[in-house]
Design a protein around this ligand. Structure first.
Ligand code: MN
Length: 293
């Protein structure tokens, strides 16, 4: 039996909605206590994040870190309006800088788009703007050994890429070796044919994974084919991070919670949720790899 082929991560929104000192301290401590290898910090609250202090806290407990974010409608690199694109570039640059400062090697999310419901499809100009901006960002990231992720989000959260095939095409157009694909089971449930085909299509270009249930609550309490998904991960011998992502209206992040339409209490106790997720993911990983691995 293969021991832990992937680092297991957890999204900081299980613990706290902001990145104040108190919030980050709790997120780091609880993540390490439960046994995760990595903490994913959403950079939506970047102005309150003490990067140097957070890095020390992470290093003290030996935790890895990944950073994520989506853009906003007034700072969107997939816009036709160059003033809006430039504000998006500023957000991405500041976020990459924070990732580097934290010692992170992955910066991922809807880097190519706002997170929200667009009223129409992306334009050719808007898509080309996103390609050009991310190409430049990737060049900067490469100098620091950072990989960028294109998280594939559902149609209610972006109009740029909704499927693995579209994300691969976007990555091809960007043409940088440190831009990889980020699959999220919550979004896949809405857009993909099933939970295996996209993993096989992405193959060794898969660089990051979010595991979320169809309602974003406790793993196993929904209807997603997580068994099939983990079998596909084993098929392509995926060794990158697997991060549990879950949201409840119990933990509110200003802006982000509304962008993600988190209206319901799916859980009240983040610690209980995290312990359950860690055990569930460990089991899925073990059984999907089987005895031959
Ligand atoms: Mn996600």
């Amino acid at each position: 039996m293969n021991a832990a082929p992937n680092p297991l991560g957890i999204h900081a929104l299980v613990w706290a909605g902001d990145t104040s000192d108190v919030a980050v301290e709790r997120a780091v401590r609880e993540t390490a206590d439960v046994g995760f290898d990595l903490l994913e910090l959403s950079l939506h609250d970047l102005e309150h994040l003490d990067v140097a202090r957070t890095r020390r806290l992470l290093e003290d407990v030996g935790l890895g870190v990944a950073c994520s974010r989506g853009l906003t409608f007034d700072a969107d690199v997939s816009s036709d309006d160059m003033a809006v694109v430039r504000r998006g570039v500023e957000l991405l640059s500041a976020s990459l800088e924070a990732t580097i400062g934290l010692g992170g090697k992955v910066f991922t999310g809807a880097l190519y788009s706002a997170l929200g419901k667009y009223p129409r499809p992306v334009t050719a100009v808007g898509r080309a703007n996103a390609v050009s901006v991310i190409r430049d960002l990737a060049a900067e990231a490469a100098k620091h050994g950072v990989t960028l992720g294109l998280e594939i989000c559902n149609r209610y959260e972006t109009n740029v890429v909704n499927t693995a095939r579209e994300a691969l095409a976007l990555a091809d157009d960007i043409g940088a070796s440190n831009v990889m694909i980020h699959l999220d089971t919550y979004h896949m449930n809405i857009e993909e044919d099933d939970f295996m085909r996209p993993v096989h299509e992405v193959g060794d270009r898969l660089g990051y994974v979010h595991i979320g249930e169809n309602h974003r609550g406790h793993l196993g309490s929904g209807h997603l084919d997580l068994t099939g998904f983990f079998h596909a991960l084993a098929d392509v011998d995926y060794r990158g991070p697997i991060t549990f992502e879950s949201f409840s209206s119990q933990v509110v992040a200003e802006g982000l919670s509304n962008d993600l339409a988190i209206w319901r209490d799916l859980w009240a106790d983040g610690r209980e949720l995290a312990e359950h997720a860690h055990a569930y993911l460990t089991t899925l990983l073990t059984v999907s790899r089987g005895v031959a691995a």
